[in-house]
Design a protein around this ligand. Structure first.
Ligand SMILES: [Zn+2]
Length: 410
């Protein structure tokens, strides 16, 4: 060996660098560092960390380490078994730089975890020439340490929604968001009352009492769970979901009208679904013209469309009595549109009126939930190929840690 030392690249406790082998003919070029126990130190038990007595020597293991320059670096580690008086068993010696269950060093694992924050598992695996399964196991391990436990502190206002993971019926996950900070607090598989019950089960009575309001879709399972665990919390129904539900009414009326009218009018209705369901602001000028023409020729669709805007308007009131009056008037006008789906929508609106009017007290917007859903979609694409809801939930929590500053509602 030359006098140039590589030892300080491997500042590991209780071992010393014995030598280095360079394999330039390998692709990529590799270097093998041989580490042996430093006999000045007593070996420790990896289980409990206490010193033990040497039980067996000369055991060897190959570990991947961070690359030194372009060279892929392996550690050829000689280690011992120790007799641990506390565990009363022979155990593998504790190595300060690696876990006995892993084939990579701590510092490489940490690097993998950092990369996984911004890259896909496959990209990290390709970049470091590791098995994707190893990469995922490492990422999940660190995520579990950092985000595995639910942090129930300082929760006042929640937004709860479900997201679909797969195309199937069972592929749903429930997401609980701290509305004020944007932090994803919890995720669970399914979208039943029991799903959400599991979230509340981890809370103390005092923490439950601290919940003032919960933004929800009109989904009975969640309503039931919230009412059971936080009976004093105000439930606020989400405008976004309400308008989405109303979209079904629009679409059905559109279909009915299409079947009913003469060919001339039919040309206006054909392909108008998107025009009717989108926000007017999002339409191009030519689309807006088409929409206006359609509404001018079909009175019924016009009525249904105006009702959509008026439904949104109910959410602009801050005084409960006024919101109530607007809602009553809306139901009267809507009843004039003679359609079974509309009648059903009115009944639902009446049934869930309390949660719409609660919006006056807690004007909880939907923008946060939509932002969260968009971010979740990105993670879903990145985690492509791994059907592991637990891992997915940890990734979402990592990506949406929330802001530290608490903002006011609205
Ligand atoms: Zn021990």
């Amino acid at each position: 060996m030359s006098r140039l030392s590589i030892a300080h690249y491997f500042p590991f406790a209780r071992v010393k660098v014995l030598g280095q082998n360079v394999h330039l003919e390998c692709e990529p070029a590799g270097t093998m560092i041989r580490l042996v126990p430093d006999h000045r130190f007593r070996p420790r038990c990896h289980e409990c960390g206490r010193p033990g007595t040497v039980h067996a020597t000369g055991l060897r293991r190959i570990l991947r380490d961070l690359a030194v320059g372009p060279a892929q670096t392996y550690l050829d580690v000689e280690y011992r078994r120790v007799w641990c008086p506390s565990c009363r068993k022979a155990k593998v010696e504790q190595l300060s730089f690696a876990d006995p269950s892993r084939r990579v060093t701590h510092r490489l694992a940490r690097y993998v975890y950092d990369l996984c924050r911004i890259m896909t598992i496959q990209d990290v695996a390709d970049h470091l020439d590791l098995d994707p399964k190893t990469v995922k196991t490492i990422d999940k391990h660190f995520l579990g340490q950092e985000f595995g436990r639910t942090d129930y502190q300082d929760l006042r206002i929640l937004a709860i929604d479900e997201i679909s993971l797969t195309h199937g019926q069972d592929g749903y996950m429930t997401v609980v968001l701290d509305y004020l900070t944007g932090r994803v607090v919890w995720m669970g598989e399914g979208r039943k009352a029991e799903t959400l019950d599991a979230f509340f089960a981890g809370m103390t009575a005092q923490e439950k009492q601290g919940i003032e309001a919960v933004a929800l879709d009109m989904w009975e399972a969640f309503i039931k769970s919230v009412q059971t665990h936080c009976p004093r919390a105000r439930i606020v129904f989400d405008l976004f979901h309400l308008v989405k539900g109303y979209g079904q009414v629009i679409d059905e009326v559109r279909r009915q009208e299409y079947a009913k009218v003469d060919p001339h009018q039919r040309a206006f209705i054909k392909g108008s679904r998107y025009l009717l369901l989108s926000n007017r602001e999002n339409l191009r000028p030519d689309q807006q013209t088409r929409l206006n023409d359609l509404l001018a020729v079909n009175r019924r669709l016009n009525a249904v469309y105006i009702l959509k805007d008026q439904l949104k308007a109910i959410y602009r009131y801050r005084i409960r009595a006024w919101a109530k009056r607007a809602l009553d008037q809306w139901c009267r006008l809507a009843a004039e549109v003679d359609h079974p789906l509309m009648r059903r929508f009115i009944r639902r609106l009446r049934f869930f009126e309390y949660g719409i009017l609660n919006h006056c007290n807690y004007p909880i917007g939907t923008s946060r939930l939509e932002g969260v859903n968009n971010k979740i979609k990105v993670i879903k694409r990145k985690a492509y190929g791994f059907h592991d809801p637990e891992y997915f939930a940890l990734k979402v929590k990592q990506a949406l840690p929330g802001t530290k500053v608490t903002t006011e509602t609205g």
